[in-house]
Design a protein around this ligand. Structure first.
Ligand SMILES: Nc1nc2c(c(=O)[nH]1)N[C@H]1C(S)=C(S)[C@@H](COP(=O)(O)O)O[C@H]1N2
Ligand SMILES: [Mo]
Length: 531
């Protein structure tokens, strides 16, 4: 049988499994990094890997998303990417095994994955038409690299078979055809791996506009109305609670986007339209020139379990949302303020809540004296005191539409979450931390009922009597409040439980409910071992 180098055929020798898999892996790597590089030009979300990941997130059933969050917390996105990577490796092994004689299965794989990548990119709501260039680049590179490397590998192997008799005495002076073709295959493989590595890293480095530069260009804010200075005793950080203001780097972060959107101030506009008398299109400077207000507000996530930490407080700087909407002139009948993010995320907020004179809802440009951090929505986000973030706190905001509830649904509503979601009254135990001596122990924690206010917190050990806790000085009804209580602990395990009472007079309910659809309820209990 003629197995001359350069003319391998189906009946020829079989590639070792490892080589066949390597060829598939290298071709996939080259294809994905090429797409990643082109995505740097047409939008980071266009990278096929990222687009497929984002689509997996959006198409996943809610229970799976919740499971991911429960098990992996904020690492869930890394786990998703690793999962997709692992799936690709398994596919590469299977297709490699099928491609030991013929290139066809590998070519078929490139076509199928190319179609999946293209479909994921063109159906992403946040990407423009140009974005298709990234998966197309992936496809073209994959469809070129795979058959080429496959042929080189076959040539090497054909040479090995043909030159088997020389194997024992192939000295350095007499390079056999085997050595030459093997060198060609190895050299090409290394070249593909290196080229793909460089393409991937370059794509990563230049993905989108230089957002930190845009952020650094923002002149310091000088709010006309500053947040009042914190009263003394606003937190019990010395007893283990968080500080009243959460530093930006510690502020909890939740979003559906797999890569944080980079939205430069240049060219950013906000449209206010729908059921309004005067539709507006505002630039960043338009917002800056309005009287800026600074407000100390607590933001909470509906996915926060009892005792959880998906809640933080910041001094948000921005413009009053009600004032802005009054300028646009909200028409009667508008029920929903439908906000859209640059990344396609949407939230529906009740208009009557946003328009309450004392609600203090805002469009935030700054956070704790700085421009918004990129991961918290730079350049502009919404914040509505008293509502969970998923129905009110749209980051990377680009569009506000006044509409009805029937016309549109925010991102999470069709995924089984509530339409209207005020933050539930909650309290949690934060300290003491470390070694505990039996006797009198100061237990401390945090309580919140945003826009309602906390009036009391009670704590108890085991089934003992409830004790009134001392409360930190109230900053406003829109911020969390800290508590501490001296309780008696005996040696061994002591389970401490707390509950808050809000300004409506209601006590935080004992019955435990899950986070979906509108926030967890239940009392927080923590066992402490005293010595
Ligand atoms: N664009 C966008 N905005 C978003 C979200 C999102 O997924 N995408 N998540 C919302 C949710 S669920 C919460 S709790 C808050 C969290 O804001 P933070 O990350 O600044 O804490 O942002 C809200 N705004
Ligand atoms: Mo959230």
């Amino acid at each position: 049988m003629d197995t001359a180098p350069g003319r391998p055929d189906d009946a020829g020798p079989c590639l070792p499994l490892g080589t066949a898999v390597l060829v598939v892996v290298l071709a996939l790597f080259a294809a994905l990094t090429a797409g990643h590089l082109v995505a740097a030009l047409v939008g980071p979300g266009a990278s096929p890997l990222v687009a497929v990941g984002n689509s997996v997130i959006d198409l996943s059933p809610s229970w799976l998303v919740e499971f991911g969050k429960d098990v992996f917390g904020t690492k869930n996105k890394l786990v998703l990417l690793l999962g997709i990577g692992l799936a690709l490796v398994l596919i590469a092994v299977a297709v490699g095994a099928a491609s030991r004689r013929r290139a066809a299965p590998g070519v078929g794989l490139i076509i199928v994955l190319g179609a999946v990548g293209l479909a994921a990119v063109v159906t992403r709501p946040e990407l423009g038409q140009l974005a298709a260039a990234a998966p197309i680049a992936s496809f073209l590179v994959g469809i070129a690299v795979f058959p080429w490397l496959h042929r080189l590998a076959r040539e090497t192997h054909a040479g090995e078979v043909g030159g088997a008799g020389e194997a024992g005495n192939a000295g350095k002076a007499h390079a056999s055809p085997t050595d030459a073709s093997r060198r060609r295959f190895l050299g090409s493989s290394l070249g593909v791996a290196a080229g793909a590595g460089v393409a991937g890293l370059t794509g990563q480095a230049f993905a989108g506009p230089d957002i930190q530069a845009s952020r650094a260009d923002i002149a310091p804010f000088n709010p006309a109305t500053k947040a009042p200075p914190l009263p003394t005793g606003a937190d019990f950080a010395a007893n283990g609670t968080p500080t009243l203001i959460t530093p930006n780097r510690d502020f909890y972060t939740i979003h559906t986007a797999l890569v944080v959107p980079r939205v430069p101030v240049d060219g950013w506009t906000l449209r206010i339209h729908g059921m309004v008398d005067r539709p507006l299109t505002l630039t960043y400077d338009d917002l800056r020139q309005r009287p800026l207000v600074e407000r100390t507000l607590t933001l909470a996530c509906v996915s926060n379990p009892v005792g959880g930490t998906l809640i933080s407080t910041a001094n948000f700087i921005g413009v009053d949302l009600r004032d802005l909407l009054r300028e646009a002139g909200v028409k009667p009948g508008a029920e929903q303020l439908y906000s859209t993010s640059h990344d396609g995320f949407t939230a529906g907020t009740p208009v009557d809540v946003v328009m309450e004179p004392d609600r203090r809802a805002m469009l935030a440009l700054g956070m704790n004296g700085e421009p918004l951090p990129v991961s918290h929505g730079f350049p502009v986000r919404m914040v509505v005191p008293g509502l969970y973030g998923f129905v009110s706190a749209t980051k990377w905001l680009v569009d506000l539409e006044l509409t009805t509830w029937r016309a549109k649904q925010g991102y999470w509503q069709p995924r089984g979450w509530a339409r209207e979601a005020p933050v539930k009254t909650q309290s949690r135990i934060d300290g003491p931390l470390g070694d505990i001596q039996a006797g009198d122990v100061v237990v401390a924690g945090t309580a919140w009922a945003p826009h309602v206010g906390i009036v009391a917190v009670e704590a108890r050990v085991g089934d003992g009597p409830w004790q009134q806790a001392e409360l930190s000085t109230e900053v406003s009804v829109d911020t969390w409040r800290m508590w501490r209580a001296t309780v008696r602990m005996s040696p061994g395990e002591n389970t401490v439980t707390c509950r808050a009472i809000d300004r409506t007079g209601a006590t935080q309910p004992e019955v435990a409910t899950p986070v979906a659809p509108d926030g967890a309820t239940g009392w927080h209990s923590v066992p402490f071992t005293a010595r």
